[in-house]
Design a protein around this ligand. Sequence first.
Ligand SMILES: Cc1cc2nc3c(=O)[nH]c(=O)nc-3n(C[C@H](O)[C@H](O)[C@H](O)COP(=O)(O)OP(=O)(O)OC[C@H]3O[C@@H](n4cnc5c(N)ncnc54)[C@H](O)[C@@H]3O)c2cc1C
Length: 372
Amino acid sequence: MRSADVLIVGGGIVGAACAREYARQGLSVAVVERAALGGGATAASMGHLLVVDAEDGGDASEFQLSQRSLRLWQDWLDESPAHAELAEHERCGTLWIAADAEELALAERKCAWLTARGLPAELLDAAALARLEPQLRPGLAGALRVAGDARVYPPKVAAAWLQQAKVQLIRGEVTAIDGASLRLADGRTLWGAMVVLCAGLASQRFLPPGCLLPKKGQLAITQRAPAAVSHQLVELGYIKKAHLAHEDTVSFNVQPRPGGQLLIGSSRQVGRSDAPLDLAMLRRMLQCAAGYLPGLPELSLLRCWSGIRPASADGQPLIGAHPELARVWLATGHEGLGITTSLASAELLADLSLGRAPALSPAPYAPARFVA
Ligand SMILES: Cc1cc2nc3c(=O)[nH]c(=O)nc-3n(C[C@H](O)[C@H](O)[C@H](O)COP(=O)(O)OP(=O)(O)OC[C@H]3O[C@@H](n4cnc5c(N)ncnc54)[C@H](O)[C@@H]3O)c2cc1C
């Protein structure tokens, strides 16, 4: 007997976005989740919604996916004023901080790239940056301000999207996928017209070897403090470091949370999928942040945690048909951008799997690229 039209494996932000999209198309959706809904990489993340440019080692396809997704995020926010409140959405904007003349030149290139595509971006000199964010250390060269970027609290959004989709929630661990059927660890078999695999890093279990790899990250959050910073502050070296294939890195990335807490990131450890905090990396990350925000060490940390980014071998998510299994579709491997790009990923996957003309070119994300 058919359990639902669409069987989705994984109730993270990507599975929730897919559930919502298929439900919008009038299909019945069941989500199979082995743990907490929105509790995987989704719960560990910063929830920064950012437009990605292609000026510093990135790829234009990341820009297209992020830009389309930010449009869809806005559509969802426009559906009801309650959505912004529920999501803890705030259009804080991003300041890409330039520490020196070389990084300022990069800020200029990024600014030109974004404005040429009609996106609001402005260059700040050192004095303007100091006026806007007086807690930053003196001597910085300037910044690029992208005012449209925002932040949300992703686990609450995932829960809301699943609720909107009126999904049938099935608790259990998927152990085998065979075409349009799923086998669960407790012996149950579920049937659907299609299966959508959104299991984050664990999707690797159902893929040819080497498609996905873990990139561990750590975050810390401070106590509430009177308005310390107002933008998401990111050092300009961040994306370059994020693309380093085999090195452990830390970057300055601080986000203001409601009530004045500061969320401090971030670290990247390629190939690490263990849960415990790595105290040496955490120390490096906090020292890096204090190098930009000298007042930071005066704030107590309330919590530190780690999460695993589900990265693909070439940095692009896998969105499209499973390379080997008919009627199985993939939306996974979003690394450090899955909150931002969840909605466009879901839209693209629904378009492809339902035989509609996609809004974006699917080629850069086609899972078949990993099969010789
Ligand atoms: C430290 C850190 C900071 C980040 N910051 C940002 C950010 O600021 N902005 C941004 O856009 N992105 C950010 N990300 C990336 C983002 O969090 C991920 O790309 C995104 O959450 C991936 O979502 P997902 O639904 O694919 O995976 P997950 O959230 O991991 O969800 C997968 C789900 O599948 C379930 N599952 C797995 N296997 C099975 C199985 N066999 N049976 C049943 N269920 C199963 C899991 O339990 C899990 O709930 C960050 C990530 C980290 C770690």
